[in-house]
Design a protein around this ligand. Sequence first.
Ligand code: SF4
Length: 359
Amino acid sequence: MAKRRIGFPRMDNYNVALKYLVETGCGCEYVMAPPMTRKTLELGSKYSPDFVCAPFKYTLGSMLEMLQSEGGVDAIVETGGVCRLGYYGALQKQILRDLGYEADFIDLAEMGKHKLRGYYAAAKRINPAISIAKAARTLPDALKAVRYIDEMEGRVRLDRGFERQRGSMKAVFDTFLQEISSAKNRKSLDAAYQKASAALSAVALDKPETPLRVGIVGEYYTVMDDFGNHNVEQILGYMGRGVEIHRWMTFTHRNLEYDEQADLQTIAPYVRYSMGPTTSATLAGAIRYADAGFDGIVHVKSFGCTPEVDAMAVLQNISADRGIPILYLSYDSQTGDAGIQTRLEAFYDMIDMKRRKQP
Ligand code: SF4
């Protein structure tokens, strides 16, 4: 019997870990959503309400591309989220139904209301013949793959701007992702990690002792997704003499290890309550980067992201109190590469000049 074809909307590089989970743990075929392009965004925007934030449009566009791909998809899984994204699945499902698509739509935000029972039901919808025991055994391996991805990507961010041969770290990372994508067991996941780790260590760098350092903070989806933020990390990393880029926000940190109470203590001089899914992390990150003597901070968010709009007012106070420049980037479907490039260039010139003037 043909395996069920399951797809998730594209989200940065995590789809390779989902592929592992779906194929090894659930016994289904994983439909890899095509890489995000301008066309994905146009497709998503065409059928989205104007006022929704960009992640809705990106994920809807990605779903439509899977549905329109050769072979199509039997079930789409929407992972939901802790703010409006939690309601977006219901709307996306309705939009797809109105467009005539009948693939099963599994909204994990809906399942999550019933905790374990809900996830059990979701697993059974993904594959009615699923072995829950096998899926449960595979889940820790898939999460390990996510941790590996986050670690490797973090290393690329830190050092990419200082490569002797431009692009060598990305080449290692891309090979690593391909190997994770074709891994069938924990041993091959570990082997891909070890190999990439050694290869990244072997990349020749010309890195000064005290490089310019910039911390990137902001809204969950846009800050992590290279397409969604127009490759802000790579562009800034490669500027001028090179920039060491730091970003705390990853799936691992936010979803597997996060302690919001600790962040609330850090930001207590400015804010008494959590203001949204990523605001405490955004503000605490900014304080940590400022106190560690970073040269600047870039705040990244989707246009219309209410929680991160609220964070911006507080970031301005942090910037003034601690004397650290912050660049605010807001993205929507109309944002163009040239505008982002120009603003990053101006920001780089400013932090570079500031550094050169330091005694
Ligand atoms: S965090 Fe912001 S951008 Fe993300 S779904 Fe919520 S409102 Fe939209």
